[in-house]
Design a protein around this ligand. Structure first.
Ligand code: SAM
Length: 232
């Protein structure tokens, strides 16, 4: 059985797609999606030996070696022109690493119609990359599993700024336009927690004699507080 986190990612794979799962580790997502009949084929990319081998043996164990190709390499460099990949999934990493993988592999994205990205932290850097590269968020999800909160961002080529209309652009980038609109319980839990955390650091800075005027960190944290309070 797949984790709730990866199942949410799998739900957004287009019916019959061939997709590339980058940083696949155990290759659970490609195996599950193909066995469910959702995807027609997949490429599992891994940069590290151990996870690459575990992906390879999982695919063999499932008898899927003819439809799932396991490849070793950095990011999207494992993809070739003839692969005809419709969709890319990148899950379980920080948002900064995910956007770096997209940026470095941007030449491989011309035929890709959907990106499904699941950052553990810093979703903001993915939203920024998407806006700058012509990808429109079509939906977002937030969920909790084993006391950790995860976000899933789904994007297609389109008008990158379309979803960014309810709140200020910066607030949407930080909190997520769809998530901010919906304000689910988990979303509120995440951002009330974050707000409390930021305020306590600001208080510590104050106690150390810093002010908005004389400290950059103070300024940066207060800006974030304002963006969160704009939405909550
Ligand atoms: N995607 C799986 C999931 O969500 O359960 C595995 C997540 S695991 C925490 C992250 C994996 O990404 C590791 O196995 C790591 O080796 C791989 N990885 C990190 N940077 C990578 C890169 N630039 N290219 C390919 N794989 C990478």
């Amino acid at each position: 059985k797949l984790s709730k986190r990866l199942e949410t990612v799998a739900n957004y794979i287009p019916e019959g797609a061939v997709f590339a799962d980058i940083g696949s580790d155990h290759a659970y997502l490609p195996c599950y999606s193909v066995l469910q009949g959702k995807a027609s084929g997949a490429i599992a990319g891994e940069i590290t030996d151990g996870p690459y081998e575990s992906a390879d043996s999982q695919v063999r164990k499932c008898g899927l070696s003819d439809v799932i190709s396991v490849r070793k390499g950095d990011g999207l460099s494992v993809l070739q022109k003839e692969d005809e990949v419709d969709c890319i999934t990148i899950a379980g990493m920080g948002g900064t690493l995910i956007s770096k993988i997209l940026e470095e592999g941007s030449g491989k994205l011309s035929k890709v119609t959907r990106l499904i990205l699941q950052p553990n932290i810093h979703a903001i850097s993915i939203r920024q990359w998407l806006v700058e590269n012509g990808w429109e968020l079509i939906t977002e999800e937030i969920m909790e599993e084993d006391h950790k909160i995860y976000e899933v961002l789904v994007a297609e080529k389109g008008d990158p700024k379309r979803p960014y209309q309810t709140y200020s652009y910066e607030a949407n980038l930080l909190l997520g336009p769809f998530l901010a609109q919906k304000q689910s319980d988990i979303f509120l839990k995440k951002w009330t927690g974050e707000l409390k955390h930021l305020k306590s650091i600001i208080q510590q800075l104050e106690q150390a004699g810093y002010t908005y005027e004389n400290n950059e960190k103070y300024q940066e944290l207060s800006k974030q507080v304002k963006l969160i309070e704009e939405v909550l």
